[in-house]
Design a protein around this ligand. Structure first.
Ligand code: GLN
Ligand code: ZN
Length: 761
């Protein structure tokens, strides 16, 4: 029998109690003491559950009020200087939440994606800070679990190499200077844990799956040799996840007691390293065989075969059956999901169901013979119905999508030719003005949707209301003097859910929330079957808007890659095929729009970069099929039909060729957060990037109305690099979160700025 281990558990609570408590505290409706009490209840409840399920290594200290990277920074007193209220020592909640969310006096720290997940962490700012140990968070968590529940937890701590490399502001003094400063603080944490008698510490170093240079490998050795010599009795589980570990040889040679590997996402390379190089017999192997990021039941007999192989390498007591990463990335439980089709429900495993899988697998390792083989067989067969379901066997669609993808669809003519045709048709002025799609979702609109959902309004009443909104905004766009209109997306709450609800192959949970950042949770749809177009999704509203004006109205779709990256997806076929199925369905929507007389169609792809694999070697392939999926969606239209796309800000520097290959006639991109980097990317590419482009001229994240001059400045800066004949003028992103007045005023100024540009260039 092996042991079972969990790397982290969702914080949000079964009914998102965590979010509600924290937000109530922010709103001044909950006292600090009461917040602490409620969070402790949630935390202890989770621990008790893990214990009851029979998990051997129960994580403590992974719980957070906002983010575990921010917790680590706070533990070391790393608070940006602009939070002047902070004078060292334990970081009070006001400062902690201030760093995350900003205060009246000081801007928030940057937030960014946690590796290749949809979780976002707060980037620690080292500049000008002198770190100190303000509290020993893992120790406090360990004591709490022990005293309150008698649980001998395994504390979790973010390792120094990962922490530093995810921080910013170390460049000036160098990462080694910072390591010298942090290492003694880490040592104190470890020594206190050792003194307390803590048996195991899980020390997370996910950075080890990313590219490492020789300096990093040297640092790694320094760190773990220091730890070993300073706290020799504390067993360290050096934990990696999200991909296969780089520098495997160096990692297994470190003086730690255990190494945790992702045997789901990094399975191929990790396993081949284990097989060819071996695994040290004196170390525990944390075998991350249960997908911590997926929502599907595992096929346990396959996992068992893998574990049986591993158990020939390490003695059973050294083998720990683990989740591949923290369960932070999955919803809590399938229980209570009463609306799902039974064959789908039976195939799902969220966090709690994964606990059962872990325990069953751990029991089964080495020999079984205690009924586990039968249990595993029964378990595996419970999920089989889904693979036989109609939803997963739409063969015609699969074949059509795959066949189209193989042809690598292209527009009928290259951009240079079709743009002439488009200009002849549309006769747009230079510096055409447009918006990104959504207009303010006012309380009135949300109220209307609620009334309709509750059944107090008929569908007719609701769609009549939406039409009024559309008409209202067509008139506003006319009055403001925009060139290319949108219908405003009033009927949509969410750019993925809206399409998912109308396509076959999607399911929606009632309570499948996961943390995205801070208290913000998302409930991703599940793509569980072959995706099928079932009829026009956006034609009605778009056509209605178009009927009210002579200006072109852009159709507005969410692209295949964004829909995929913001959903939980099936794992029985490659992501690439899912993307093509989505693309094939959206292509039919594009064709329906064109058929209905819509001559400009925008396909938003804000989430392309989110799916980028961590390993450089896998990136080109991903980008190639992502681009192919975009072209599959958009390439069947007439030459005169203008395809737009939109991306929110991301790091574009290594994606310029892909953006070019998407072959959209016009791309709009957010710029406000890019500090000129974006323009640089296009500068490097400016000899070859020759298609319509709208770099957002104002930040939509703020309610402030930008002046004409500010926008003129942005335009001037962009035009130092970009061709004025190809330049579009638009805001950074959709306006759905903005208020009515400020939106109208901002767009008015934007149109004035376009006039200035027309006079100048
Ligand atoms: N068309 C969408 C909107 O305007 C685009 C949103 C996005 O890029 N995230 O809201
Ligand atoms: Zn955007």
């Amino acid at each position: 029998m092996a042991k079972s281990g969990v790397l982290g558990y969702p914080r949000i609570g079964a009914q998102r109690e965590w979010k509600k408590a924290i937000e109530a505290y922010w709103a001044g409706k909950l006292e600090e003491k009461e917040l602490d009490r409620q969070l402790q209840d949630i935390r202890l409840g989770h621990l008790q559950k893990l214990k009851n399920k029979g998990i051997d290594f129960i994580p403590v200290g992974d719980f957070s009020m906002y983010d575990h990277v921010l917790d680590t920074a706070a533990m070391f007193g790393i608070v940006p200087k602009r939070f002047a209220a902070y004078n060292g020592g334990a970081v009070p909640k006001s400062v902690y939440f201030g760093i995350a969310r900003g205060t009246k006096e000081a801007a928030a720290s940057e937030m960014t994606k946690w590796f290749n997940t949809n979780y976002h962490y707060i980037v620690p700012e080292l500049d000008g800070v002198m770190p100190e140990l303000t509290e020993n968070k893992p120790l406090l968590a360990y004591r709490e679990a022990k005293q309150k529940l008698g649980i001998e937890g395994r504390p979790v701590l973010l390792g120094p190499l990962t922490f530093l490399k995810l921080s910013k502001g170390y460049a000036e003094q160098g990462i080694d200077a910072w390591l010298d400063r942090l290492l003694p603080l880490y040592v104190r944490v470890l020594q206190e844990l050792e003194r307390e008698g803590v048996p195991w510490l899980q020390i997370d170093e996910p950075i080890l799956v990313t590219k490492l240079d020789t300096g990093d490998v040297r640092r790694l050795r320094t760190i773990y040799e220091t730890f070993h010599s300073s706290a020799p009795r504390l067993k360290l589980m050096l934990q990696t996840y999200f991909e296969s570990v780089e520098a495997y040889r160096d990692v297994i040679a470190l003086p730690v007691h255990g190494i945790g590997l992702d045997l789901v996402h990094g399975l191929e390379d990790n396993l081949s390293a284990i097989r060819t190089i071996g695994f040290p017999a004196d170390k525990a192997l944390g075998a991350g065989v249960i997908n911590g990021r997926g929502i599907w039941k595992e096929t346990l007999h396959i996992k068992k075969a893998l574990l049986d192989e591993l158990s020939t390498l390490v003695p059973p007591e050294q083998l720990i059956v683990q989740t591949s990463c923290s369960l932070l990335h999955v919803p809590i439980s399938v229980q209570g999901e009463t609306n799902l089709a039974p064959e789908l429900r039976d195939a799902l495993a969220f966090a709690d169901e994964k606990l059962d899988e872990l325990v069953l697998l751990a029991r089964s390792v080495t020999g079984g013979g205690n009924g586990t083989d039968e249990d595993i067989q029964a378990y595996d067969s419970s999920a089989l119905a889904l693979s036989r379901s109609e939803a997963r066997n739409r063969h015609a669609i699969r074949q059509a999508a795959a066949a189209l993808a193989v042809q690598d669809p292209q527009r009928n003519r290259p951009y240079a030719e079709r743009s002439v045709i488009q200009q002849a048709k549309w006769r747009l002025p230079s510096f055409p003005t447009t918006s990104i799609g959504s207009f303010p979702q006012t309380p009135e609109i949300r109220k209307a949707r609620q009334l309709w959902r509750k059944g107090e309004w008929t569908g007719e009443q609701y769609s009549g209301f939406i039409r009024q909104q559309i008409e209202h905004w067509v008139r506003i766009q006319e009055e403001i003097g925009l060139d290319v209109f949108v219908h405003g997306e009033f009927e949509r709450t969410d750019m993925v859910e809206f399409f998912g609800e109308k396509l076959a192959g999607f399911a929606f949970t009632q309570n499948g929330w996961v943390q995205s950042y801070g208290s913000r949770c998302v409930k991703p749809p599940i793509i569980y079957g072959d995706v099928a177009f079932q009829g026009a999704m956006t034609v009605g509203e778009t056509q209605y808007a178009q009927s009210l004006t002579k200006h072109p109205v852009k159709g507005m779709l969410t692209g295949p890659i964004t829909i995929m990256n913001w959903s939980f997806v099936r794992e029985d076929i490659p992501r690439e095929q899912i993307a093509y199925q989505l693309a094939y369905a959206l292509r039919q929507e594009v064709e329906a729009l064109e058929e209905a007389g819509i001559g400009m169609i925008q396909v938003d792809e804000p989430a392309v970069r989110e799916g980028l694999p961590l390993k450089e070697a896998k990136q080109a392939d991903y980008l190639a099929w992502a681009v192919r999926a975009f072209r599959l969606t958009t390439s069947s239209v007439k030459d005169e039909t203008q395809i737009h796309t939109h991306m929110c800000y991301c790091d574009f520097h290594d994606m310029m060729d892909s953006i070019d290959a998407m072959d959209a006639d016009v791309i709009s991109i957010e710029t406000s957060r890019s500090h000129g980097e974006l323009i640089g990317s296009f500068e490097a590419k400016s000899n070859t990037y020759r298609k319509g482009i709208g770099l957002g001229v104002y930040d939509i994240h703020s309610p402030r109305v930008p002046t004409v001059e500010e926008m003129t400045d942005v335009i001037d800066r962009a035009l130092r690099v970009l061709n004025p004949n190809l330049f579009w003028i638009n805001p950074d992103c959709g306006l759905k979160t903005r208020g009515f007045e400020e939106t109208v005023a901002s767009l008015r100024n934007m149109v004035k700025a376009a006039r200035v540009a027309r006079d100048t260039y």
